[in-house]
Design a protein around this ligand. Structure first.
Ligand SMILES: [Zn+2]
Length: 92
């Protein structure tokens, strides 16, 4: 069975969280462009947790998952700078 687009985004997102250094060269699940971005929005207080935002700069599709532990080397975005993340369309 072919995974749905949503499933492919989720898999790509989980892989990006696992390997924040390696996903940049992987193809976007929607448009195949190597333009994926991952940033963790950090809420006040706990700096080790964030909301992972995962999107493609080329087609502006993406996904996000629940709060997660921020891996070493991942980009962090403070909550008040959240508008530095493009308003991408969440694949569902
Ligand atoms: Zn794309």
């Amino acid at each position: 069975m072919t995974p749905s687009l949503y499933e492919r985004w989720l898999v790509a997102c989980v892989e990006a969280i696992d390997e924040p250094d390696a996903f940049a060269t992987r193809p976007c699940p929607s448009c195949a462009s190597p333009s994926l971005n991952l940033a963790f929005v950090v809420m006040s207080g706990d700096e080790t947790m964030g909301i992972p935002c995962f999107w493609c700069d080329a087609c502006l599709h993406g996904t996000f998952v629940c709060r997660a532990l921020i891996p070493e080397g991942a980009r962090r975005v403070p909550k008040d700078q959240r508008d530095t993340i493009p308003n991408y369309r969440v694949v569902s």
